[in-house]
Design a protein around this ligand. Sequence first.
Ligand code: SF4
Ligand code: SF4
Length: 164
Amino acid sequence: MKELLNNLPKLAKDKHKENKTFFTKLKKKPPKQLDYIMQELHDEEFKKTDCLTCANCCKTTGPLFTDKDVERISKHFKMKAQKFIEQFLRVDEDNDYVLQSVPCIFLGADNYCSIYSVRPKACSEFPHTNRKKFQQISNLTIKNVAICPAAFNIVEKMKEKIKV
Ligand code: SF4
Ligand code: SF4
């Protein structure tokens, strides 16, 4: 896994142009069963991928925290929301709450998330490959293939399966 993660940015860079063309065409004319196809590709990939051997998303990029996330997680710590924000978060250029630093402070050395049951929605949905109307998050996905080996594989499978 380590070697794959080291090579992933280069692999993603090599595919960047091809991916961009694919998603531009997909956006113009998404297949009717795209949601179904994506769910299938996502489930197939995550049967093989063990996130606990990877955790690259938690190590290299942080989630954004919605107000609901902040409320839920601070409650978990029995902290006031404002105190939680001051201790762990900052506001980014898009005015969203994000982690003060990466790797995520809640990630253990064993790659387990210490707040798994209350983790941010963005973490539970990452890499969003089973999201409805997947074509709408193509720019994000093009970025995510350089971080997430599962997303990379899913996009490669998409290009084989969907003729645009
Ligand atoms: S979601 Fe992707 S980047 Fe995150 S741990 Fe799983 S395979 Fe790795
Ligand atoms: S909150 Fe948990 S799942 Fe989310 S980035 Fe941190 S360690 Fe990973």
